[in-house]
Design a protein around this ligand. Structure first.
Ligand SMILES: Nc1nc2c(ncn2[C@@H]2O[C@H](COP(=O)(O)OP(=O)(O)OP(=O)(O)O)[C@@H](O)[C@H]2O)c(=O)[nH]1
Ligand SMILES: [Mg+2]
Length: 480
């Protein structure tokens, strides 16, 4: 089935399935109102509905009433999709919704593909692809800050950033075009102007690409794992951070046997915080499986909070483990205890940590080595050090995503990111030619800029709607 079958009448549940007061079934397509009218008790009234008019009627399967619903009709072209459309507000619950959907199918509707309504809106020029992506981002936002960022994009924030880039590309193209008309004269000056404009575009592009790390972090979130030996206080810290008694805490070593997780908002970043089974060698098969899971989780985590019992100290095997993790925050717990040992100052040489984290994981090295090195002193029992730990965690999570900080909006879809990378690469090659070529061929430069502008058109969805289908709309929800 193709998105380009835009003359099909389509339908889908637009709300979450399950028990609820209401459900909305969305329909769109040239003949959807007429087709639907024939399965109601008020066919003529529905057929004569004007756009944005609501009607109360029954959905009927022959003589049988399936439900009493409110229908909201939309008339092309002044409709969300640009086509005729109808939203059926029926009662919620699984059976009613299933029966209405199956009735619609029997009357010539096809089940919509993911994002197909949105595709039609883009196809018919009702919204652009950037807005469609912003809507998807809004739906998926997990924190207030991510939601606010999505609204900004919905209102054209990201497009404004792209337009600045575009304006410089156009200025570069214009200078080149003028030179083509005037031949050899003042070629040096034109090269200067072109270089200035295209280099600015290149820098903007780099900045936008840099903002993707932040955008993705806000959107997709991060996994943070509490790991360490048994009895270190991981579960106590987990409960302290969540402000609830989620994990069982006891003085018995090996209390947590399997991992426990919870969702958390850390400065707008949706975080999956995971408490794990304490690390120790054990004969107990179940506990050993828990330890194996801890190791897997810690090694794949975005950040590990490695908790050490401050009354016992840090052993070489703790050090050995911490080096394995991509990004690790060292937590010296139980500082409130009378048996607490002094917090070690610098546990490891900076270069050593950076080398290990960079070489083995291929991660970008953090500029501020403090993120790795210094211990954070905590007392899960009293809450001491919690604030500092959270601050450090936020700093570590965002350390790689500060490059786009000056932009009002960050790039958050992989599609935009990949297209921007192509623009950046092409601009880099062209700028090098402008700077170092012994002879300048403006006709060739002009073709190069046109190619870059064509990729830009793809970025903002002005070309290749077929090509962007898979990457954009197939990831949307059905019914959107
Ligand atoms: N004094 C003091 N005791 C603590 C602190 N944190 C945890 N404890 C105690 O240490 C013991 C172990 O705490 P847990 O939170 O269960 O430790 P854990 O790391 O989850 O242990 P496992 O699940 O066995 O791996 C409990 O008796 C806690 O009350 C702290 O900050 N100060
Ligand atoms: Mg525990």
């Amino acid at each position: 089935m193709s998105y380009l079958a835009v003359d099909d009448d389509i339908c889908a549940l637009a709300t979450v399935p399950g028990v609820s007061a209401l459900a909305v079934i969305r329909c769109a397509g040239p003949h959807c109102i007429d087709k639907l009218a024939d399965i109601t008790n008020k066919p003529q009234k529905l057929k004569s509905c004007i756009g944005y008019q609501a009607l109360f009627a029954e959905v009927r399967d022959g003589a049988e009433t399936i439900d009493e619903c409110v229908f909201v009709a939309f008339r092309a072209p002044k409709s969300p999709t640009g086509q005729n459309g109808i939203d059926i507000m029926c009662h919620g619950g699984t059976v009613t919704v299933r029966r209405i959907l199956s009735l619609l199918e029997r009357h010539g509707f096809r089940t919509a593909l993911p994002g197909e309504f949105m595709f039609r809106a883009v196809h018919n020029g009702k919204i652009d692809v950037l807005k469609a992506e912003a809507v998807d981002e809004l739906i998926r936002a997990q924190t207030d800050i991510a939601q606010e960022a999505a609204v900004k994009k919905l209102k054209g924030g990201l497009r404004s950033e792209f337009e600045v880039l575009h304006a410089h590309l156009i200025a570069g193209a214009a200078a080149c075009a003028v030179q083509l008309d005037y031949g050899e004269e003042e070629a040096g000056e034109t090269i200067e102007v072109m270089y200035r404009e295209l280099d600015t575009s290149y820098r903007l592009c780099t900045e936008l690409i840099g903002s993707y790390a932040k955008g993705r972090l806000m959107q997709e979130g991060a996994v943070v794992v509490l790991a360490g030996k048994t009895n270190a206080g991981k579960s106590s810290l987990f409960n302290r951070i969540l402000k609830e008694e989620r994990s069982i805490v006891s003085e018995v070593h090996g209390t947590t046997r399997d991992y426990v997780e919870a969702a958390l908002d850390i400065g707008g970043i949706p975080v999956r915080l995971i408490d794990t089974a304490g690390l120790r060698s054990t004969e107990d098969a179940i506990e050993a499986e828990g330890v194996r899971r801890t190791e897997l989780l810690a090694e794949s985590a975005d950040v590990v909070l490695y908790v050490v019992d401050g009354t016992q100290g840090c052993t070489p095997d703790d050090e050995e483990r911490m080096r394995r993790y991509k990004r690790c925050i060292r937590v010296w717990n139980k500082t409130d205890s009378e048996h607490a040992l002094p917090v070690p100052e610098v546990p490891l040489r900076t270069e050593e940590v950076l080398q290990v984290s960079g070489a083995t994981q291929g991660v970008t090295l953090l500029g501020d080595s403090e993120h790795f090195d210094a211990w954070v002193a905590t007392a899960a029992k009293t809450g001491a050090g919690e604030h500092e730990l959270m601050q450090k965690l936020f700093a570590v999570l965002t350390a790689e995503s500060n490059t786009g900080a000056s932009l009002a909006c960050s790039v958050s879809t992989k599609r935009q990111y990949l297209v921007l990378q192509r623009i950046e690469q092409n601009l880099k090659v062209l700028c090098e030619k402008l700077r170092y070529a012994k002879q300048h061929h403006f006709d060739m430069y002009y073709v190069d800029i046109q190619e870059i502008l064509a990729v830009y058109a793809e970025l903002v969805g002005e070309t290749n709607p077929e090509m962007i289908l898979d990457s954009v709309f197939s990831q949307f929800c059905v019914g959107k």
